[in-house]
Design a protein around this ligand. Sequence first.
Ligand SMILES: Cc1cc2nc3c(=O)[nH]c(=O)nc-3n(C[C@H](O)[C@H](O)[C@H](O)COP(=O)(O)OP(=O)(O)OC[C@H]3O[C@@H](n4cnc5c(N)ncnc54)[C@H](O)[C@@H]3O)c2cc1C
Length: 207
Amino acid sequence: MVKDRYPVLAEMEDNLAVVQTRNWGTIGGNVCHGDPAADPPGVFIALNAKYRIMGSKGERTVNAEDFYKDLLEVDLGHDEILCEVQIPVMPKNSGAAQDKLMIQKGDMGIVGAAAFVKVNPGTGVCEDARIALTNVTTVPFRAKGSEKALIGKVVDEKILEEAGVIASREVDPPADVHGSEEYRRDMARVFVKRVTAKALERARQSN
Ligand SMILES: Cc1cc2nc3c(=O)[nH]c(=O)nc-3n(C[C@H](O)[C@H](O)[C@H](O)COP(=O)(O)OP(=O)(O)OC[C@H]3O[C@@H](n4cnc5c(N)ncnc54)[C@H](O)[C@@H]3O)c2cc1C
């Protein structure tokens, strides 16, 4: 069912660690750990998911994109737990995709990106777009400038490149043994372009 309705989630899981890690790791633990390189938060932000949180004072719902406050710091009180991830139904003529830069399959992403797009089936115009990047700053990053570059346009190669370039300028990536700041910026460009193209292809094929 997940593969059928949200293929992007299956796609993400396929590259998330190895089967042993996936067997004991939980989505809740992944989301609440607040690791900026984690894959699910980027996809959840792109899909406009909400987190349902319960605590001693009751329950509340937080947009996935507002949940991440700083490196390993999330909007969660000491007496609260995440109990549900609510993902909206994918609208008609929409598609989503996720990918990340890995040295080998299952590695944490050196840079990751997830995109959701909705297209008008008649005109081909992009009506909605949400793009999120991981491991490009201290929290999962929503690439609003890139989204703006897509919405209202019939997206072609030039616009995809523009969206990627905007993302590469907006991010504030760390430098470490896996990649310099410049390299990560360029990979942000590459992966925004790549996942958006794939999401568009899926949107155009969906009905
Ligand atoms: C070898 C390895 C490879 C990995 N590769 C990837 C990868 O490629 N991509 C990726 O995204 N992740 C990757 N991870 C991270 C992994 O997916 C898990 O997210 C991580 O290990 C934590 O999962 P856990 O369920 O054990 O959480 P825990 O370690 O149990 O919890 C993490 C934190 O969240 C809190 N917490 C847990 N559940 C909840 C809840 N429901 N409500 C509130 N707080 C909660 C805990 O108190 C703790 O502070 C990898 C991990 C390892 C060890």
